[in-house]
Design a protein around this ligand. Structure first.
Ligand SMILES: [Zn+2]
Length: 380
């Protein structure tokens, strides 16, 4: 590789000067090789840095065939000196979350012997996968232990051991690491092979918070937020709780009970409505004009129409249809004797565009037509 990796020497360099070694056309702009760079290329589950090279945006950085390519909007001349600036706030958020991942993976490996088999980090989500399962209590303990390591403000260092030294060191490693091994050591916690930038001391992580877990592929996926990501998450959730409290006129400490009791009230109201609806439908059946074959009813629930059409057919015989007006036409349920209903349904389909079907003594679906035409057809 021609490029000196400034991000490996010092993860806090956000501004640098470099010489352009090559500039080629790329799909959406140009790909540039520099003599040195602070831009971290995508790797180890961490996205690449973004930023600017002089007056051009850098929208991606990748290692391809052993070279670091900066993808830019504008071209540069070979030999030209450029000023690089990375979006450091974004990078620092990644450094906080990435270092936290090492702490948690180190604790899990030491205590349970599980490997970290996948890690994904971006602005929206941080996940890591272990090839084993945890109880809820164990996850709480791991989270607390990880935060203790944050409070202890332990040092985080990286180095390239010689082949001899490497034989003597116990370290965690991910699959697919090529070339010379770079080790990242967190004091008294973890040693892991890794290519990415990390914070200098664990105190910089601020907080490590597990949000949820999922069982998958014979193991566990943990969703986590640390540092500024965790603060933003806390702020959003705090705003949500305040809004819920205001809507329910509840205090924060009692908001959970307030939501549960609202839910209970809602369930009770639902069964009240159901009972009243059945009563209403039974009146509708009693008051039905026997000279008609259909009724227009106001409901958004197809079950109401089923109850009504079935009740009308059983009480008065013949084919009876319950209709309810919709945005484009009508929902309908038709009930009747098996033979009779077949011909009535065919007749309906020969006049209107009908979606739906059925068998036995029921047909149901939608009639796509002008409501007045449907009313005229059924005489309602
Ligand atoms: Zn790392």
């Amino acid at each position: 590789m021609k490029t000196e990796k400034l991000y490996e020497k010092d993860a806090y360099i956000s501004l640098f000067e470099a010489k352009v070694l090559s500039c080629e056309n790329a799909e959406n702009g140009y790909k540039i090789v520099l003599d040195k760079t602070a831009f971290f290329p995508e790797g180890g589950g961490q996205p690449s840095d973004i930023g600017t090279l002089s007056e051009s945006k850098v929208f991606d950085v990748q290692i391809e065939n052993g070279e670091i390519y900066h993808y830019t909007q504008k071209p540069f001349s070979v030999g030209q000196t450029v000023c690089g600036a990375i979006d450091f706030e974004r990078r620092y958020n990644f450094m906080q979350n990435h270092t936290a991942e090492h702490i948690v993976s180190g604790i899990v490996y030491k205590r349970f012997g599980f490997d970290n088999i996948g890690f994904h980090l971006n602005e929206k989500e941080v996940t890591f996968d272990f090839n084993g399962f945890f109880s809820a209590g164990q996850l709480d303990e791991i989270e607390l232990e990880a935060n203790r390591r944050v409070w202890q403000n332990l040092s985080v260092t990286s180095f390239y051991p010689t082949d001899e030294e490497l034989k003597e060191i116990q370290y965690r490693s991910k699959d697919g690491i090529e070339g010379k091994i770079r080790l990242v050591k967190i004091e008294d916690t973890d040693i892991c092979a890794c290519c990415a930038p990390h914070v200098k001391t664990t105190g910089e992580i601020g907080i490590i918070k597990f949000l949820s877990t999922e069982k998958q592929h014979g193991g566990t996926r943990i969703f986590m937020k640390c540092g500024k990501f965790a603060l933003s998450d806390y702020s959003n959730k705090s705003d949500d709780i305040k809004a819920i409290c205001a809507a329910l006129s509840a205090k924060e400490e009692g908001v959970r009970e307030a939501v549960f009791s609202l839910n209970l009230r809602l369930e009770a109201e639902k069964s009240n409505i159901k009972a009243l609806n059945s009563k209403l439908i039974s009146y509708e059946i009693k008051l039905f004009d026997k000279s008609k074959q259909a009724v227009l009813y106001e409901s958004t629930d197809i079950k109401d129409l089923q109850m009504l059409a079935d009740g009308l057919h059983k009480t008065y015989g013949g084919v009876k249809t319950a209709l309810a007006e919709r945005e484009a036409g009508c929902a309908f349920v038709m009930c009747g004797g098996e033979e009779e209903i077949k011909s009535e349904f065919e007749k309906l389909k020969s006049v209107f565009t009908v979606k739906g079907g059925g068998r036995g003594e029921i047909r149901q679906g939608s009639i796509m037509a002008d409501i007045e035409k449907i009313k005229e057809y059924f005489g309602v």
